[in-house]
Write a protein that binds this ligand. Structure first.
Ligand SMILES: Nc1ncnc2c1ncn2[C@@H]1O[C@H](COP(=O)(O)OP(=O)(O)OP(=O)(O)O)[C@@H](O)[C@H]1O
Ligand SMILES: [Mg+2]
Length: 510
């Protein structure tokens, strides 16, 4: 092997970063080797994204060393990091919506023709070549607006490849992708690895870490813990290092008394989104809405809650019709919706954690008379503690929390409201393994106390572990209703990929 293969592409050691009194990173460390994919794992708030932002040139480290192919670097801006061959892909890329795919790839460095003008044809053909190389089919002339998150990430990757980036850093890229899109991203990542590039991948999903990555570094409380080869370590070993204790019993569902029907959905139809959706949820019951990403599950949830309208059908709560497109009356009727995109739809970024956590119960809190700040803080405290929200204080601005901790604040807010009917979209997405079981425990307990829960989840173990009944959706239709005792990875996946007729026929054959 040549020397180059032994020199790390990128190496950080003993890196620290604080924000005022908050120590985000105490002892960050990672070594990326060429031709290798390296996972970075750790609980919410462990310092992963902070380390990424230092690599990206977005933050300057307070102390520690950072070398690129053996040479010390000190980036003062993202432009410097980019120029040095570092590409960072965030969960939600920030393309220019009005510009074309080609223009986005070449943003900031248009090639010029002989007379110094932008050579559009050259740019376009290079993008076509890049897309071919990555094995994807994206029109180079279309605007970035309207592209799926998965496609937007691919464009960021194309940009990195065209700049011949040495290191490609991905911070939770799969959080908003469907299974097929994840597989496509992984294929591209493997291809880039085989070209000799160094890749870093952050995810809370261990199946992804183990299927994609060669090595894995664990962080805890802002500090480096260990680096292992994925081939010789195990999920439970990594979890132990991450959490500092054994985590078992991920889905401790308790049996609840199932009562009256509280939510009824009849023939709900919204052209292009979903059609003829009918089901009911009883008090004490957890009903899962399973299926592939894009099957229309979130759209159904939004229509029930009244964020979106629908053309036909009815939603009834406790036997009474709920007016269409009116979240206020849905809330008054005892409904709550915890949206999928919690950060965008559920959080006031520049308000305090306490304010955010108490948002859904503010009317309850003020009804009692005076209150506000104190009551707000008390309720926030209880729920923040339950869900282990990692924050310097409840007065901290929500926008400064780590991604997963922001998710927890939104969950806390809705769980505190104790609605009669809780619709919860991807309850544990972006949430670390230690808190996942806590979220499940709370849901289970709330059902036991009589809450009716409709849970949308793309994670099969979560669906199978939590649901009393599984409704499976595919392409806007419900294709199967499976009671807990018959729900298995096979039955759910079959229904998620077949029509209702095919599912019925398969059932009769058995
Ligand atoms: N700009 C900031 N101001 C104040 N505190 C910050 C800031 N950025 C990060 N922090 C704090 O630093 C800690 C580490 O956050 P970081 O985003 O790196 O975590 P993470 O490992 O990426 O977590 P997650 O899995 O939830 O995304 C958190 O406690 C966070 O609140
Ligand atoms: Mg993060």
């Amino acid at each position: 092997m040549s020397d180059k293969a032994h020199t790390p592409t990128l190496e950080l050691k003993n890196v620290s970063k604080r924000f005022g009194p908050v120590v985000a990173l105490r002892r960050g460390q990672i070594t990326l080797m060429p031709g290798s994919i390296h996972a970075l794992v750790g609980e919410n708030g462990a310092g992963k994204s902070t380390l990424v932002k230092i690599i990206a040139g977005l933050y300057e480290r307070d102390s520690g060393t950072f070398t690129l192919e053996g040479k010390p670097v000190n980036f003062k801006s993202t432009a410097e990091a980019k120029a040095a061959g570092i590409a960072v892909i965030y969960q939600e890329p920030t393309l220019f919506p009005d510009l074309s795919v080609t223009e986005n790839v070449f943003m900031g460095r248009q090639p010029t023709g002989a007379i110094g003008r932008i050579d559009k044809a050259k740019m376009r053909s290079e993008v076509i070549g890049l897309m071919e190389r990555l094995g994807v089919d994206i029109d180079p002339d279309r605007p970035a607006e309207g592209l799926s998150i998965a496609d937007q990430q691919i464009i960021e990757i194309a940009k990195a490849v065209s700049l011949d980036a040495k290191a490609l850093i991905m911070d939770e890229p799969t959080a908003a992708l469907s299974g097929v899109e994840v597989e496509r991203l992984f294929q591209i990542a493997r291809g880039l690895r085989d070209e000799g590039r160094a890749l870093m991948f952050i995810s809370h999903r261990f199946d992804e870490v183990f299927s994609l990555c060669d090595t894995v570094t664990v962080m805890r409380d802002g500090a480096y813990i260990a680096t292992e080869e994925t081939a010789t370590t195990s999920e439970s070993e990594i979890i132990r290092q991450m959490v500092g204790r054994d985590v078992s019993d991920l889905f401790p569902k308790e049996t609840a008394d199932i009562g009256e029907v509280v939510l009824e959905v009849e023939g709900l139809t919204s052209t292009g989104n979903f059609s003829d959706i009918s089901f009911s949820v009883r008090s004490g019951e957890i009903v899962a809405l399973a299926g592939l990403v894009g099957a229309g599950r979130s759209e159904v949830a939004r229509a029930i809650f009244g964020v979106d309208g629908y053309e036909q059908g009815k939603v009834k709560v406790g036997g009474k019709n709920l007016p269409k497109g009116n979240p206020r009356s849905a809330m008054d009727a005892g409904l709550a919706l915890v949206p999928e995109d919690r950060r965008k739809q559920g959080l006031v970024m520049d308000a305090s954690v306490a304010r955010n956590a108490a948002d859904a119960i503010r009317s309850k809190l003020t009804k009692a008379g005076l209150i506000t700040a104190k009551a707000e803080n008390k309720s926030a405290q209880i729920w923040a503690r339950n869900l282990e929200v990692k924050t310097a204080s409840l007065d901290a601005v929500a926008g400064t929390l780590s991604g997963g901790n922001q998710q927890k604040v939104v969950l806390a807010k809705w769980l505190a409201a104790e609605p009669q009917i809780l619709i919860i979209d991807e309850p544990t997405r972006g949430i670390d393994v230690g808190t996942k079981s806590e979220v499940h425990r709370r849901m289970s307990q709330l059902a036991k106390e009589g809450m009716a829960i409709l849970m949308i989840s793309s994670e099969l173990p979560e669906v199978l572990g939590m649901a009393d009944r599984v409704l499976v959706m595919r392409e806007g239709h419900i294709t199967a209703e499976i009671p807990r005792e018959n729900a298995s990875p096979e039955t759910v996946m079959f229904a998620a990929t077949h029509s209702a007729d095919e599912v019925r026929r398969e059932g009769q054959d058995k």
